[in-house]
Structures are given as structure tokens and as C-alpha cells.
Design a protein around this ligand. Sequence first.
Ligand code: SF4
Ligand code: SF4
Length: 87
Amino acid sequence: MNMWRTFRALFLQQKTRMEGVVVPDNIRCVQCGICSYNCPIGIDVRRYAWWGKPIRDSHCVTCGECVARCPRGVLRFEVLEQTLSSG
Ligand code: SF4
Ligand code: SF4
């Protein structure tokens, strides 16, 4: 199989799905740790806020506790597209 056919086959196997994730606005974060303290799963949300990265942890149940408890309004839910591969 040539290179083009290989890429095409991989492209056709890819699917996307929408997922709700918690996203931080790290400029506003004061690293108080209230979010991590209140996460029922024990995810270190504060660290994600420090990194400025969405919380992509398979254990997150999207309960919204961290979003609600943050005193600085750093955290919000966003719907992001995730690429899945069926192969
Ligand atoms: S509760 Fe808000 S301000 Fe405090 S560490 Fe978490 S994201 Fe940062
Ligand atoms: S949404 Fe709930 S489970 Fe997910 S990180 Fe925030 S507090 Fe933890």
C-alpha cells in the first residue's frame, strides 16, 4: 500500500466526538487549591489550572464542583471535539 492510501485509510478510520471538559483561565488563578480540595474524585484541579490545560482525566465525572467552588471564576465547562480512532 502506498503512502497516500495509508493516510487515506487512517483518515477514514478517524471519528470525532464532543466531550464536556473543565477548562481553566490560568491568568486568574491564585493557586488556593479550593478546587482540588472539593473534587470528590481527588483530581488535582489546581495543577491543571497552573498548567492552563483542560482537565482531561478519565476519572472526572463532570460534577461541576470545582467550577462552582472556585472563588476566582477561573474554571468553566467547554465542549471540545475529541478525535477517536476506530483502528
Ligand atoms: S479554586 Fe480557582 S483560584 Fe483556587 S486553585 Fe482552583 S482554579 Fe485556582
Ligand atoms: S468536574 Fe467534578 S470530578 Fe471533574 S475535576 Fe471538577 S470536581 Fe473533579
